[in-house]
Write a protein that binds this ligand. Structure first.
Ligand code: DGP
Length: 112
């Protein structure tokens, strides 16, 4: 499968890793939008939020179990935002489900 994030998870493309466990890989976004901008990715290839099912949702649960640990590692003691873009209207550019963990500053109230 020709998937950028699968290649990053496999170590075929270098990344700045901040966290890894058996189900989750997290690395710094190449184009950070905030002082902390980490992409939190299930190792299982799921195309996007529109492809989450009862069969694969444990991978999503693992991501959300990892997020507080990553936030601690990154020193996000005053809150943060978790975002997933989905599909064309959501401006998803990589079709491997990922969650942007952003923080390290007061974020704008607007989300859209
Ligand atoms: P989205 O637009 O929601 O699909 O987010 C994709 C993000 O992936 C975007 O913020 C930039 C980031 N990105 C794209 N290519 C690479 C890469 O090769 N390495 C890293 N670290 N991030 C990448």
């Amino acid at each position: 499968m020709d998937c950028l994030f699968c290649k990053i998870i496999a170590g075929e493309i270098p990344s700045s890793k901040v966290y890894e466990d058996d189900k989750v890989y997290a690395f710094r976004d190449i184009n950070p939008q905030a002082p902390v901008h980490v992409l939190v990715v299930p190792k299982e290839h799921i195309a996007g939020a529109d492809s989450i099912t009862a069969e694969n949702s444990s991978a999503v649960a693992a991501v959300f179990e990892a997020i507080p640990k990553i936030a601690d590692l990154e020193g996000l003691t005053n809150g943060y935002r978790v975002i997933t873009n989905c599909g064309e209207d959501g401006c998803q550019s990589v079709r491997h489900l990922h969650f942007h963990l952003v923080g390290g500053k007061k974020l704008p109230e607007s989300m859209a």
